[in-house]
Write a protein that binds this ligand. Structure first.
Ligand code: SF4
Length: 338
């Protein structure tokens, strides 16, 4: 798997100005700029920044206003402030030379584990994982991990897996390979598995669950209810049930359970209806705000193996009184399907 990924990266990597050499200063600036911004938008900012401040010392000697000026339009100005402060620390404590150990780099202002890992692996070829959303998604799919990637313990587990995978391989090409794979092939909604260099090793692909994973359900906030909401189909029909008493009484709606994963949804459904259900894909996440509560609906498509009461065609659904929240969900599903 590692060899396939590294070879693919070497042959297909995207060309960016910060990939022209292994200067840790350039890698640092690019990684900070890329934190909230797309690569295309970052390129001109990066080029201007490096042209104005070709060395850390020149950045440290500049005024904060000059740094802000170059940052104008990128947003999140705290990043620019941290970059300036860190350049001054490096100038004073490290004689203007970028530090070389993971711990030293991690201790700098505005640098977290991902950025420290990226710098150490790309600039110094150290075996440090660089775990961001792309890597969490790829690893979840590769290993069919059903854990919620929003949780710290899952992120730690994935970081440990990547650390093992890296050992003995070119960590720079491996980490950057994962970055490029996540951006171009193993994308969040429509992964291009047929073009993927590591599909032979991917358990989600083998079991057709690449559109379900990763499970990414953020912490439940006050008055916010997280549901797994099921678009349950049988051939060209959709399952809708009439709500009993309570919120949205008598309106028709989709089945949803307050569960943490679509796999638990299946368990609860099968317990209630005694009919097997298979999972097809993650459709989207939709928020619906009522007066007193917010629904966070994590929408998944499931299929029934046999018919059941409550199945309706789209024409029939048009005649039913359906809650706005679930109408939104159905529209998102149909749009996604088209
Ligand atoms: S096979 Fe598909 S799901 Fe698996 S890593 Fe490749 S693109 Fe991602």
């Amino acid at each position: 798997m590692q060899k396939n990924l590294i070879r693919w990266y070497q042959e297909n990597h995207r060309d960016f100005p910060w990939r022209q050499n292994e200067n840790p200063y350039f890698i640092w600036i690019s990684e900070i700029m890329l934190q909230q911004t797309t690569t295309e938008a970052v390129i001109p900012y990066f080029e201007r920044f490096i042209k104005t401040f070709p060395t850390i010392q020149q950045l440290a000697d500049a005024s904060l206003e000059d740094v802000y000026k170059l940052w104008e339009g990128l947003g999140y100005y705290r990043r620019a402030k941290h970059i300036h402060e860190t350049a001054q620390i490096i100038a004073e404590q490290y004689h203007g030379v970028f530090p070389t150990t993971y711990q030293e780099i991690l201790s700098l202002k505005g640098i977290g584990p991902y950025t420290a890992g990226a710098i150490c692996s790309i600039a110094y070829h150290q075996s440090t994982p660089a775990i961001d959303g792309n890597v969490l998604r790829i690893m979840s799919r590769l290993y069919l991990l059903k854990d919620n990637i929003a949780l710290t313990k899952t992120q730690k587990k994935i970081s440990d897996i990547v650390a093992k995978l890296l050992t003995g391989y070119d960590s720079s090409a491996f980490n950057q390979g994962l970055m490029d794979l996540g951006a171009t092939i193993c994308r969040p909604l429509q992964p291009r598995c047929e073009q993927c260099p590591i599909s032979d090793f991917c358990l989600a692909f083998k079991s057709n669950q690449q559109k379900v994973l990763p499970i990414n359900i953020k912490n439940i906030k006050h008055k916010e209810i997280h549901y797994i909401t099921g678009i349950i189909t049988y051939q060209d029909q959709f399952l809708f049930i009439q709500n009993p008493a309570g919120l949205l009484e008598n309106l028709y709606g989709l089945i949803q359970y307050e569960q943490e994963s679509p796999y638990r949804f299946i368990e609860e459904f099968e317990q209630q209806y005694e009919i097997p259900l298979s999972i097809v894909s993650h459709i989207t996440d939709i928020k619906h705000v009522f007066t007193h509560r917010t629904w966070q609906m994590h929408v998944y498509h499931f299929v029934l193996s046999q018919p059941i009461d409550g199945l309706y065609t789209l024409e029939e659904i048009n005649q039913l009184p359906i809650s706005t929240a679930h109408l939104k969900v159905l529209k998102a599903f149909l749009k996604n399907r088209d």
